[in-house]
Structure formats: C-alpha cells, structure tokens
Design a protein. Structure first.
Length: 267
C-alpha cells in the first residue's frame, strides 16, 4: 500500500491532505471495534473539494487513516492543545471520546513505533521534499494544510464550529500578508462565518514547517463539514450544491496567496 500520493506542480503553493485517507491495513482493521470501523473522523472528500482550484499546485496526500497513525500529530506524542480534549498520535478514542479499539487490542508502544516508521515518517519525508523543491523554484514555499471536521463535537468544543477556521499558531507560522488575505476572503464570504486562531490554531504540520524567516510559510484551514457534506453522519456524502459556493471562496484564497508569494521570496 502506498502511504502517500503526490501530484507535483510549479506553483509556490503546496496543498497537504493528512486526514483524507481511509486505508487501514487488514491487521490493524481487525483490532478496531465496530465504532472504529466507521472511520467517522475522516476529513471526508477534502481532496475532492480542492481539486482543480489552483493551477499547477503541488498536492501531498496521506492515504492511510488517522486511526492508523495521525499524520498531523507530533511524532514525540506531545499534545497540540494542552489542557483541552484532543486525540493523540495513535488515537484511543474518536472525536466523541468513545473507544475505537477492541478491548485488549489497543495499540502498544511498539505498535506506535512501527507505524511511525511505516506511515508517519514517509509521509512527512515526502512533504518536506516537496517543500524544499518548491522553495528552490521560487525562493519561497507556502504550505496550505487542508482539513475538515464536524460542526458539532461537544467533546472537543462547545456550540457550532465556524465554517472557516484559520490557523497560524497566533501568527507564528506565516507572513502576516498570507494570514490577512485568507482572513479577508473568509470574512467577506456571504453566508459563512470564520475565526482566526480559534479552537484550531494549526496542527503539528503547520507548526513544524511554518518558518517564515526561512521562506517557508504554513497555514491551516479547518472547514466545518456542514459546508460541503450532505450530512455529517454516515455515509458522509459530498454535496456538490453546497460545495460549489465554498470552492469559489477557497479558489480566491489560494489564488491570492499564490500572488503574494513572489513578494515574500528569499534568495
């Protein structure tokens, strides 16, 4: 099983998809319980949502599911949000706090180490290589990390999540021009709401790669799934009528940050 897919382009923007994969090796799938086998915490159809929005963009997509190992978590196991409910490098529960593994089949320390080697590390090696390639082409690389999540998850946050959740780790991971452009377009999007560095401030990918002083900028977009799914419960179907207006706003964001890139280039 290939653990990632790459589509190489020449744009200064790279789209990363760490959570759209649904592949689970048979030996791991056999240890999931009935709840885990639903794979509810997938970023459903996000690679389809972004398809074709920016010419010559590079995409790097993990094909494995986050229950195998989460490609957007610190490989050392550190929490992204200390003191708040979240899921770990290899989750024990789903986003509702319910177990996903059969009793007695929970991943061990050895399992986690093996999955780091087989899945997490190869995905990030591929992503790092594409960032280096794009930066060599342009003197700058902009990593746009693509995510989605259910709009109501009481275990993780209260109330309804905004439609656009923009994360830059409080401005640390990208130039202010990128943050400002993204926020302006999201705020102007009629019928949608947005927040900057709210509940989701950018995951490990954004925080790890975002080094603006070195010409590598990273920003995370977490979309509420109510913006593009027919329903946020099985079968998690993509709704083209919902998605098309959203796609226009996402296209505006990607094209704007691509135009900004040359002004940020480092030699």
């Amino acid at each position: 099983m290939a653990v990632f897919e790459i589509d190489r382009g020449t744009s200064p923007v790279i789209l990363a998809f760490p959570h759209t994969g649904t592949d689970v090796p048979a030996d791991i799938a056999a240890r999931l319980n009935d709840n885990g086998r639903i794979l509810a915490d997938t970023d459903w159809h996000i690679h389809k949502l972004y398809d074709g929005l920016l010419a010559d963009v590079t995409t790097v997509r993990a094909t494995f599911h986050r229950y195998v190992i989460d490609a957007n978590r610190d490989p050392d196991g550190g929490s992204l949000y200390p003191g708040q409910n979240t899921t770990g490098l290899v989750p024990d529960t789903d986003f509702d706090g319910a177990p996903i593994w059969q009793q007695g089949s929970e991943p061990t320390t050895d399992d986690i180490a093996a999955r780091l080697h087989a899945f997490h590390q190869p995905y990030h090696a591929a992503l790092a290589a594409e960032i280096a390639r794009v930066k060599a082409l342009h003197g700058v690389a902009i990593l746009y990390d693509c995510h989605s999540i259910r709009s109501h998850i009481p275990f993780l946050f209260s109330g309804k999540l905004p439609d656009f959740n923009i994360g830059t780790d409080n401005g640390r991971t990208c130039a202010p021009e990128i943050e400002t452009a993204t926020v302006e377009i999201a705020e102007a999007a009629t019928g949608y709401d947005s927040v900057l560095n709210g509940r989701f401030k950018g995951g490990w990918t954004t925080r790890h790669y975002g080094r603006p002083t070195e010409g590598i900028h990273a920003i995370q977009m977490e979309l509420a799934q109510s913006t593009h799914l027919a329903t946020e419960v099985p079968p998690f179907a993509y709704d083209p009528q919902k998605a098309e207006p959203l796609r226009r706003h996402l296209k505006d964001i990607l094209e704007r940050i691509a135009r900004i890139a040359p002004t940020l280039a480092h030699s």
